[in-house]
Design a protein around this ligand. Structure first.
Ligand code: DX5
Ligand code: ZN
Length: 222
């Protein structure tokens, strides 16, 4: 069995929906009874693109969106923004290991605020970089593209890292989820699942699918 711990879960990335109608994108996810919504926050420094900020999450909450907000902070200084995103309605705050800031202190603060804490690795960052923090997170996000843009090609060279993180988790009897993000479709999601991933961020292949319900069923069947 690929992963006895967690059933596969889809996290549609709102970045790939129509930004003039973000509530409609979230509404589609709710109608399909998918519990998670992935929110990609970009600062134009850590990644060469801009997306949306806390006010977007707060507006979706005011509009009645009840989904679990799986929030991916692609920020040079995530520590300066976690309070704002927590107040705005984020449920999980996932922060990158690469920039220079107090990562452990920030993960601690996220958990003190009652939020789920995730750690994220870019494709060039080895698993060893997060080994010391594995007991402090409930999710490890392995980027399967260089972050910044939707619609990029999946990087197969990340599969070995997924398996390495799965093995570290199992050796230590930890229970965090392993999420993949970038270029995911049903074919490579199956490869990620076999390597140990159990949460699948999908932008383009979900929102641009002819039949998003069929895509969601495909992930659930992995
Ligand atoms: C990339 C973002 C991803 C992106 C995934 O920087 O973190 O979440 O939206 O989109 P697709 O599935 O189109 O690669
Ligand atoms: Zn993301």
């Amino acid at each position: 069995m690929a992963n006895p711990l967690h059933a596969p879960i889809l996290a549609p990335s709102l970045l790939a929906s129509d930004h003039a109608r973000l509530a409609d994108g979230a509404g589609l996810v709710e109608r399909l009874r998918i519990p998670w919504l992935h929110l990609d926050i970009m600062d134009g420094h850590f990644v060469p693109n801009l997306s949306f900020g806390p006010e977007t999450l707060a507006s979706l909450r005011r509009d009645g969106v009840k989904l679990f907000f799986d929030t991916h902070l692609m920020l040079e200084r995530p520590d300066l923004y976690i309070e704002a995103f927590a107040r705005a309605g984020a449920d999980r705050l996932s922060i990158h290991i690469e920039p220079a800031y107090d990562v452990i202190g920030t993960l601690t603060r996220i958990r003190e605020m009652g939020k789920h804490a995730g750690i994220v690795l870019n494709p060039g960052t080895p698993a060893v970089a997060i080994e010391a923090l594995l007991s402090q997170v409930d999710l490890v996000l392995v980027m399967t593209v260089q972050p910044g843009f939707g619609g990029q090609a999946f990087r197969r060279d990340q599969l070995a890292k997924i398996a390495e993180i799965r093995d570290l988790r199992d050796q230590r009897n930890l229970t965090f989820r392993i999420e993949v993000d970038g270029g995911i479709d049903l074919a490579n999601a199956a490869q990620c699942r076999a390597a140990g991933a159990d949460a699948f961020v999908v932008g383009t292949s979900f929102f641009k699918a002819a039949d998003p319900a069929a895509f969601a069923a495909g992930i659930a069947a992995l």
